[in-house]
Design a protein around this ligand. Structure first.
Ligand SMILES: *Cc1c(COP(=O)(O)O)cnc(C)c1O
Length: 353
């Protein structure tokens, strides 16, 4: 792929690394590539970051035909810039795209586009411990038409945002509300795709949980409101009798890459991982029996986020004394160590720029 590069003549002043707020600052450049039916993907380019020109009838604005990804670039001690499991993000973008009829993009092309735009803005990868450059690839339907059908035109765009350490004062366990009124996705729906509509569908629940004093919701299955699915935009894991329980990839949850990394590392540590359906009632019972020792969420943004409290139908349980547990800490240290280059990458998860 021949990516043209048009560098900005007005580089921005970089924000203070100690004051970065997630997703608020964007770098000097972005990647764009277009698609047209009959022509395929064309004109890959890095251009100065700025507003897009879109027809008001662009299909994405009306019917939400859109997908996205999220990953990070890290700066190691010796200054190398590296990506974590970028191949998985490229694969997952196509899995999402297929579900909403967006045309396939070759995985090597996605990876090369990410590497190229990150390289152009490599000075934007922050240096302080725990910081990184968040990478947001996304695809939008741009055909100007109000007919409900798959678009014949698309844009694949990558924007970059320096992000701070998720945990400025050490890892803080969160209060999670078990959602029994709203649902995120059902089997047969779009729960396995990273597509905008799923997140629009989650906002009302998120807002109401926040009004009750919780920071996120734990989603239950959409049919019976019984089985544990995921937490906000991360996957959920529960440690019971020394085993790790997590919902299976059975058609309504997102296949998190952090989830997969954690499962791989737990198994290597000799910890049994159970990927089978379990109910919220079971979780509360495990707690009552003193067998639930930890719960945590996994995702790219925070890596591991311990769950300190779960509220369901007016009952609240406190998990592990509202402290981070041994399993959570261990897996957090391992994954972040591989990401920032302080722990050897035995799995070929790292791509250096
Ligand atoms: C992105 C996402 C996750 C986590 O995926 P990672 O690849 O680990 O970042 C989990 N659930 C949902 C709904 C998501 O959107």
């Amino acid at each position: 792929m021949n990516i043209s590069i048009n560098r900005t003549k007005n580089p921005k002043v970089k924000p203070d690394e100690s004051k970065l707020v997630f997703g608020q600052n964007f770098t000097d450049h972005m990647f764009i590539m277009n698609y047209e039916e009959g022509k395929g993907w064309f004109d890959p380019r890095v251009v100065p970051y700025g507003p897009l020109e879109l027809d008001p009838s662009a299909m994405v604005l009306h019917y939400g035909q859109e997908t996205f990804e999220g990953l990070k670039a890290y700066r190691t001690k010796d200054g190398t810039i590296q990506l974590f499991r970028v191949e998985e993000n490229a694969k997952r973008l196509n899995i999402s795209d297929e579900q909403v009829c967006i045309p396939y993009i070759e995985e090597e092309m996605i990876i090369e586009a990410i590497k190229t735009v990150v390289d152009v803005d490599r000075d934007w990868v922050p240096r302080a411990k725990g910081t990184s450059l968040y990478i947001r690839p996304f695809v939008i339907a741009t055909e100007p038409s109000l007919g409900v059908k798959p678009s014949s035109k698309y844009m694949f765009i990558i924007i970059l945002s320096p992000v701070g350490s998720y945990y400025k004062e050490g890892i803080q366990p969160t209060k999670i509300y078990v959602e029994d009124k709203y649902v995120r996705a059902v089997v047969g729906g779009l729960g396995t795709a990273k597509t905008g509509g799923n997140y629009a569908a989650s906002l009302r629940a998120q807002l109401e949980a926040a009004q009750k004093g919780y920071s996120q919701v734990l989603w239950l299955d959409g049919k019976e409101r019984k089985y544990v699915e995921e937490v906000g935009t991360s996957n959920a894991m529960f440690v019971v009798d020394g085993k790790v329980y997590t919902a299976p990839l059975a058609g309504s949850i997102l296949a998190g890459i952090t989830r997969d990394s954690a499962i791989t590392l737990f198994k290597e540590m000799g910890v049994e991982v159970v990927e089978e359906k379990f109910t919220i009632e079971q979780v509360f019972q495990w707690h009552q029996e003193g067998r639930l020792t930890e719960a945590f969420a996994t995702g790219t943004a925070a890596v591991i986020s311990p769950i300190g409290q779960l509220g369901w139908k007016g009952n609240d349980i406190i998990i592990n004394n509202f402290e981070i547990g041994e399993y959570s800490q261990k897996i957090y240290d391992l994954i972040t160590g591989i990401q920032d280059g302080t722990i050897e990458d035995k799995h070929n998860w790292i791509t250096k720029l």
